[in-house]
Design a protein around this ligand. Structure first.
Ligand SMILES: [Zn+2]
Length: 751
């Protein structure tokens, strides 16, 4: 995926917000989309039937809510039912029964998790309602302002997230469980109907199915029915224009935008239909009667049950529809279909990232890149100092928790898939979904279905990866070919160099053989700190590669990472070197480009002021005229790139200075953890376009562009030149090229 750093921030913010807001249809009724609402008694422990009026210009919500308890919950709560509600709404009991009395305490709830990074709490008031013998329903009427400003909070620049615990305003409304806009009696799941009135031009969205949508002189009346048990009731409203199309199986795809934009809506509706079909086939039927894209009035990326609330900028980013959007759709299976009790460990973000973000990467042939990046993020942000067990992950609130809760967990699922094989892995996921739909599931439930599918007890696997922090650091200590019987064998010595006990890992090893165009895979079981394995071979391999596709959760070495433009853009410290000898117009254009890329940690200098490449930062060498060009050329030579005065050559590719702009990246000779990037363009007019376009080419090592726009005419990725996980066995110590690795199919085909 082309990705700029600002887009990364938006996407990161997106994923934060998508942290599993939950809800759900009763098991065994997949066809109930078209069926009438079930009677209250067959629904969740708490049923709300609410008439709701929003008065945006005054920030008011007016509600009449009939609350019905299941017999079991009624018995548990007794004759005096305590509930809490957003302060200032002055509830009164409607109909028969004793009036409400204030309560000093709220209802007894599961302890809130201290690690939760939700929006700030709202002021609450508590009340008691007295129920007569056999009485399970009561009706309360209330209203008042709910208007908490949208505020930024979050621990890090890139993770800052604007949130509100509840808002009714002129631009729109968002009410959720955090708002306490419906009375909260218990932690039990709820079902509900919302009969909503909003001003003319407005629309309102909630979970479930819409069974009334009526325009009147006073405005719109919309009724949403959610017979699927939910953790909370959402109500989102605003000046929205709807477009919809059927998505099969009685499900409707809907798009609500702030202003009509048929092309944009169509893009999302088409993607909704496609991805619902992909996940229906992979995991089992989508659990809700609709999926709606709803445009918010500030930047969010929330995934609610049966809809997603995306900010205006986010949803117009061209790549969101094929990256974050499938992730939001998939949350209806994991998080909003099967629920998570975060206090027992949040498995759902990693699984959703694996089956959405990683799946898209696999479908585009970038699965290896995706896993390598995930491992790199863990190494960069967590390492040993900030690590903790996966099971303690609740929600993401910074890069470190993201690297544990998303990156490590998705690698755990990847290792399960490798161990079980695709068919059994998918079978276990289908079982988890069908058995736990609209109920909570924990890592223990995941362990059960995976163990059953594997035909072995995976408790040790889960103990190692879910309860134990850390990661193995693999090291190839040696490889040699020795005689064995009548034939030969490769003796491979692997070590684990991390502190603490060794991990138990199945390590994929690939042999490049002279007679085979494809590398041959072997798996060795490493359970101690150092072990020598003997792999019988018919012919002397040219090289051995250990886990070249990053199938293991482990600490990667910087040397395993190929140089790529992302290293030049993503480094925390960057140096941009301007060419002092360039003609004035060109020099000015380079300076403008450097300024456009400026961010915290960036320094811009002239080549006159720099004697040699510095370590500790990525370096951009700008201009054919740059005095540091020979050093860039020297760094590029191992990739087979000849960077001269008039052209750049790589194999048969020739990019002439006169009519091409070129970009090439290599490891910095001054610091192998850093990259050096060369950018040469003789046309000043091409530089503004390059400034805009290059951040989208993060994975490439070599690029060529033509014209002023400019148009991309060449792009290549590098492989790591000196991975410590690769060993040459040919005489002379030279590392020959690796044979192609056997192709793999993605877990599900692209839509
Ligand atoms: Zn998510």
């Amino acid at each position: 995926m082309p990705e700029t750093s600002s887009a990364r921030a938006v996407v990161a913010a997106l994923a934060v917000a998508a942290a599993c807001s939950h809800s759900a249809r009763p098991p065994g009724s997949p066809g109930s989309a078209a069926a009438p609402a079930a009677p209250a008694a067959q629904r969740a422990p708490v049923q709300h039937d609410a008439q709701v009026t929003l008065v945006p210009e005054r920030g008011l919500v007016l509600v009449e809510d009939e609350v019905t308890l299941s017999p079991a919950l009624r018995a548990r709560l007794g004759d005096h039912v305590v509930f809490s509600l957003h302060a200032g709404l002055s509830p009164e009991r409607a109909g028969p029964g004793a009036p409400l009395a204030p309560s000093p305490r709220g209802p007894a709830l599961r302890a809130a998790d201290a690690g939760d990074a939700g929006p700030p709490p709202v002021p609450l008031e508590h009340f008691v309602v007295a129920l007569g013998p056999g009485e399970r329903s009561f009706t309360i009427r209330y209203g008042g302002p709910i208007s908490h400003a949208v505020e930024e909070h979050g621990e890090e620049y890139a993770r800052k997230m604007a949130e509100t615990p509840g808002l009714v305003g002129a631009e729109g409304a968002l009410l959720s469980g955090d708002t306490r806009w419906l009375p909260l009696l218990s932690d039990d799941l709820v079902t509900f109907t919302l009969d909503v009135r909003v001003p003319p031009g407005w629309d309102a969205i909630s979970q479930g199915r819409r069974d009334l949508h009526e325009r009147g002189p006073e405005g719109m009346r919309i009724r949403w029915d959610s017979p699927e048990p939910q953790e909370e009731a959402f109500l989102v409203a605003g000046p929205l224009t709807e477009r919809a199309r059927p998505a099969g199986r009685g499900v409707e795809a809907q798009a609500f935008l702030r202003g009509d934009d048929a092309a944009l809506a169509d893009r999302y509706l088409a993607a909704t239909v496609q991805w619902l079909a992909v996940y229906d086939r992979l995991l089992g039927p989508y659990p809700y009667p609709k999926f709606a894209l709803v445009e918010n009035f500030w930047e969010t990326g929330y995934g609610m049950p049966s809809f997603t609330l995306l900010g205006p900028k986010v949803l117009r980013l061209p790549f969101i529809v094929r990256t974050s959007f499938p992730h939001e759709i998939l949350h209806n299976w994991w998080g909003n279909g099967v629920f998570v009790d975060p206090s027992r460990g949040n498995w759902c973000e990693g699984l959703t990232a694996y089956l959405a973000d990683h799946l898209v990467a696999e479908q585009e042939g970038r699965g290896v890149d995706y896993r390598r990046t995930a491992l790199q993020r863990w190494a960069d942000y967590v390492g040993e100092n900030r690590d903790r067990p996966v099971r303690s992950f609740r929600v993401r609130h910074d890069s470190a928790t993201q690297a544990i809760g998303y990156d490590k967990v998705l690698m755990v699922f990847h290792m399960l898939r490798t161990r079980l094989g695709d068919e059994r892995f998918v079978g276990a996921l289908r079982k988890l979904y069908s058995e736990r739909r609209f109920r909570e599931a924990s890592f223990t439930d995941v362990q059960k279905v995976m163990s059953a599918a594997a035909g072995e007890d995976l408790a040790p696997f889960f103990a190692q990866w879910v309860d134990r922090p850390g990661a193995p650091a693999l090291h190839v200590e040696g490889a040699q070919v020795v005689p064995r019987g009548a034939g030969r064998a490769v003796e491979l010595t692997l070590a684990q160099t991390q502190p603490g006990d060794p991990f138990e890992v199945d390590v994929p090893v690939y042999l490049t053989l002279p007679s085979s165009p494809e590398a041959v895979r072997r798996t060795v079981h490493l359970a101690s700190a150092r072990e020598t394995f003997s792999l019988p071979v018919d012919e002397v391999p040219q090289r051995v590669d250990v886990d070249p596709e990053f199938d293991l959760f482990r600490r990667v070495d910087p040397g395993e990472l190929p140089a790529a433009l992302s290293g030049a853009f993503g480094a925390p410290r960057r140096l941009l070197v301007l060419p002092s000898a360039a003609p004035p117009a060109l020099a000015a254009a380079y300076r403008a480009l450097a300024e456009a890329w400026r961010s915290p940690g960036t320094e811009i200098v002239s080549d006159r002021d720099l004697a040699a490449l510095p370590p500790g930062r990525s370096v951009w060498v700008l201009g054919w005229e740059n005095r540091l060009r020979p050093q860039a050329a020297q760094a590029l030579a191992p990739h087979g790139v000849a960077l001269g005065d008039r052209e750049l050559r790589e194999g048969k590719l020739v990019l002439a200075r006169a009519d091409r702009a070129v970009v090439a990246v290599a490891r910095s000779p001054a610091d192998p953890a850093q990259v050096i990037a060369f950018l040469g363009a003789d046309r000043a007019a091409a530089l503004p376009g390059l400034a805009r376009k290059l951040p989208h080419y993060g994975r490439y090592g070599l690029l060529g562009f033509e014209g002023d726009e400019p148009a991309n005419v060449a792009k290549e990725t590098w492989t790591a030149l000196a991975s410590p996980m690769a060993v040459g066995l040919a005489p002379g110590g030279r590392l020959p090229p690796r044979a192609a690795l056997p192709p793999r199919a993605p877990l599900a085909p692209a839509p």
